[in-house]
Ligand binder design. Sequence first.
Ligand SMILES: Cc1cc2nc3c(=O)[nH]c(=O)nc-3n(C[C@H](O)[C@H](O)[C@H](O)COP(=O)(O)OP(=O)(O)OC[C@H]3O[C@@H](n4cnc5c(N)ncnc54)[C@H](O)[C@@H]3O)c2cc1C
Length: 610
Amino acid sequence: MDSSLKRLFLLGLAFCSVLFVFWGCRETATMVGGQVEKAFQHPQVLADFHQVSGSCKDCHISKSGPIEDNLTHENNQCVECHASLAKLADVGVRGGVSPHRSHLIGAVACTSCHLGHEKSVSYCDACHSFEHQIPFAGKWERTFVPIDTDMMAQEQALAAGPRETTDVVIVGAGGAGLSAAVSAREAGANVILLEKEPIPGGNAKLAAGGMNAAETKSQAALGITDEKQIMIDDTMKGGRNLNDLALVKILAGNSSDSVDWLTSMGADLTDVGRMGGASVNRSHRPTGGAGVGAHVTQVLWDSAVKRNVDIRLNSRVVRLLKDSADNVTGVLVHGKVSGYYVIKADAVVMATGGFAKNNDRVAKYDPKLKGFKATNHPGAVGDGLDVALQAGVATRDLEYIQAHPTYSPVGGVMITEAVRGNGAILINRDGQRFVNEITTRDKAAAAILAQKGGSAYLIFDHSVRKSLKKIEGYINLHFVREGQSAAELAVAIGVPAAELEKTLASYNRFKKAGKDEQFGRPNLPRELALAPFYAIEVTPAVHHTMGGITIDSRTRAKTVNGKTIEGLYAAGEATGGVHGANRLGGNAISDIVTFGRIAGFEAAQYARQH
Ligand SMILES: Cc1cc2nc3c(=O)[nH]c(=O)nc-3n(C[C@H](O)[C@H](O)[C@H](O)COP(=O)(O)OP(=O)(O)OC[C@H]3O[C@@H](n4cnc5c(N)ncnc54)[C@H](O)[C@@H]3O)c2cc1C
């Protein structure tokens, strides 16, 4: 920042604290000028604190001037006086982790964490629990806000009529929404993309394992033979044949195209591994096995920005608007600072994701999951589904909710299936294997829950660690236990050393023979023999909601009577049918990119005709 300004500020602060001893800061400030009453209280929030250095204009264009929901101007001001995120990467590092450097995507705004007039909260704590101490800190908490809150204000906004008009509104800036936005722009439509969180990417930015696709260039380059039909068969089998076969054919049929589409925008999907339930290696990810979700969503984000998609964060859609013929005509939005307003649009795409983070709702559909933790981002609560239901959509398969078998209760994050895919085994507290580690998620989760203590340990050696970049991340989060030998590791986690050694010896024998005689595990990538050895405690957590809005093969939303709701499209985790009763790892990213693209294209076509 400007150094003379800083000096002035510090001087003022010193002056204030001296006077504070005698009169308290409140009186002092009133004496000094009384420009803003709030500023003179003992600063509780960021804006009050900054008042000391100037006026509201430091952050806002003017006291009453335009403040948009993205807070673009305000964030630019923070950067101007302080620095950019990249430059702040070394600020506030604790335990090797900086809040200013992370896997969050998009142009991460300062105001996602540093709030102006409320207590600041570190957005990282939505998932992790780091020791960071954000100035003017509040506690991270979220309560579910039903879509029919503030009905008076909603009715007023509706009565006021549309504030804006566009061709296509897309609800949700996760993977499906960003794909739809890019493809709708490519098809020539004007697009407004609305996201309720301050940070884009939804669950998609968290996807760690990979993106399933068959008959791709990356597979060919690695000498892997695959067929779309095998992907269809695997997906149907994984979904217990409850999937909508027409949608599954589109998923597999377009998967390789979707990889090419992302690659043409700059994505790297050249590494191919295996995830549960797949009979061929088809899980695509960046070189070295880096997280697929953060990469793909960042590429899509950049692409959407480049194509001038009007992206609005902190903007929640609370209602779909329809005319008397039941055709969709737009949305009612709640902007964080702009309040409720109506956007008129020819077509709307619901890309609002799932509801795994809303345990009340999860338990309503599947009582067995009551009280479970979830692997999801904080916005995955199902308010988008409520909006769609209120507009009369049909839903399917809502009772099918997937628990991910390997969530770290200590680290607060999910451990990607790729750790098992690349060779880790699962053991119980007796030091013994108990399941084919790469079976489908429902089976693996049930098997872990059935063990003593309701949890198990992922065990792997140094060669597995070297094979997957992701693991370095877990090491950084300090929840991976380590031993120079299998026996030392066993002691560290409290399982019988002789048993663990025996388990590893027989597993390594299976690997050499190419056959798992105990549990029939189909892939045995490597021996577990290279020290050090590692362990991560894991237990199941709610991961994916298979059900949602019923769509046809053009992503058009249906009513309970099977009628098409004109102008309404849906894609991604918000929909049901693609995954049947159980989703295979790697199929969601494929789903959201392929159906997101289709939804964007179809919505743009529809808008052109209206
Ligand atoms: C930790 C983790 C790891 C995963 N790993 C993999 C993997 O390796 N491979 C794989 O294929 N899948 C994986 N998945 C699953 C996959 O990431 C998701 O199923 C998929 O990304 C869903 O994409 P989406 O675009 O449909 O929803 P999301 O990406 O969740 O986006 C939905 C967006 O809509 C917003 N929204 C919701 N309601 C509203 C509203 N009313 N108004 C405005 N905005 C709204 C949300 O805030 C969110 O940003 C993983 C999931 C998690 C949680």
